[in-house]
Design a protein around this ligand. Structure first.
Ligand SMILES: C[S@@+](CC[C@H](N)C(=O)[O-])C[C@H]1O[C@@H](n2cnc3c(N)ncnc32)[C@H](O)[C@@H]1O
Length: 355
């Protein structure tokens, strides 16, 4: 089998991702101090418009806090009139309507009081060039660059590559390494000399775990149950795979191992931390396992169900019913055995050298 399935179905549409991506919002929040320091020290040459690129923006809600912080930091340095362009980039399948709605009327939108901030959107993969060379002052990419450019193979017995073993695991590892280099190479071309790129990612801890293992097993077992019930066919279940690859410190630093530089980029920071599970903290206060299960299952559905649904034979109507049944099945399993998602997050700051 060569190319079994498309790698990513974007996030769940109609703003569902915006409503259920609290975990990702927490990861991005952990990187805000790093972003603030980067903006304070960013070289700002000339008088031209300043350019911020938000790679893998999805439906925009989680971009508001980092963009607001970056714009406030730039405004403090350049005054109120210099134009600032903010490009939100994502796959063509992304729900850009939800993104535009956020930019138009979310109470926390970063462009509320600043007529010289101009939001724009780009529907193209970040595994290619999405902006002109030497153009971007500040890049931000949160919880997106772990999505692979392609799925190299199916995974016998599971849908998530982190549970793969042997040669299958090695194949995903190679794809992850290739894609990280490609992502960095394209971003390096787009950054201006002296520009900075802040990348936030779910990480593999130094102990070799992502913290999502239990949740991903619940998803996998739920799909087996749905196949048993006939909600999905055995063939559809076999084709399901999530082309998503979290990386370790060694994986992330590999392109820089030779001489500390990769395509004019150097690493200024690479910080790992544990990400608190806010749903679990609430559960510890209330003891409400149904509420915990509802939040974890909704997070999983909004993030991964559209990708799994790409393996279904039929159209959108069935996709919605599939996602709802998957969520229901996961909710039941999580409520029966409540557990925290003890995930890890890494923030990497990259600088493009002067030519
Ligand atoms: C988990 S969401 C993260 C959204 C947001 N940045 C956040 O922090 O919540 C991942 C996003 O990456 C996007 N994505 C995946 N592969 C991509 C690619 N090759 N090019 C651009 N965006 C991609 C998905 O469509 C999705 O919107």
């Amino acid at each position: 089998m060569t190319e079994p399935i498309r790698p990513s179905g974007a996030m769940e549409s109609r703003g569902a991702y915006n409503r259920h991506a609290r975990l990702q919002a927490g990861g991005a929040a952990s990187a805000l101090p790093a972003l603030e320091s980067v903006v304070a020290a960013l070289p700002l040459f000339g008088e031209q418009a300043l350019v911020i690129a938000d790679y893998g923006a999805s439906q925009g809600k989680n971009s508001l806090a980092p963009m607001r912080l970056a714009i406030a930091g730039l405004r403090a340095r350049v005054g109120p009139t210099r134009p600032i362009l903010v490009y939100h980039e994502d796959l063509p399948a992304n729900d850009f309507n939800a993104l535009f709605a956020v930019l138009d009327h979310d109470p926390d939108r970063y462009n509320l009081d600043d007529p010289n901030v101009f939001p724009c959107a780009i529907g193209r993969s970040f595994y290619g060039g999405v902006l002109p060379p030497d153009y971007v002052d500040l890049g931000w990419c949160s919880y997106a660059a772990m999505w692979l450019s392609r799925v190299p193979m199916l995974i016998p017995g599971h849908i998530h590559p982190y549970r793969a073993v042997g040669d299958v695991r090695a194949t995903f590892e190679r794809q992850g390494a290739k894609d990280w280099e490609a992502f960095l190479a394209f971003r390096s071309r787009e950054l201006r000399a002296g520009g900075r790129l802040v990348v936030v990612l779910p990480a593999v801890s130094d102990q070799g775990v992502t913290g999502f293992e239990t949740t991903f097993d619940h998803a996998n077992n739920s799909l087996t149950a749905l196949a048993r019930e006939g909600v999905i066919s055995a063939e559809e279940r076999r084709r399901m795979v999530v082309g998503n690859w979290a990386r370790s410190r060694g994986d992330l630093m590999a392109p820089f191992a030779k001489d500390g530089r990769f395509r004019a980029l150097t690493v200024e920071r690479c910080e790992f931390s544990a990400l608190p599970d806010t749903a679990w903290a609430e559960y510890q206060q209330t003891g409400d396992s149904q509420s915990l299960a509802g939040k974890h299952a909704a997070f999983y559905r909004a993030t991964f169900a559209p990708t799994l649904a790409l393996a279904l034979d039929e159209d959108a109507g069935r996709r919605l019913a599939f996602s709802a049944r998957l969520e229901q099945e996961m909710r039941r399993r999580i409520a029966d055995a409540p557990a925290p998602i003890n995930s890890h997050v890494v923030t990497i700051v990259l600088a493009k050298a002067a030519p």
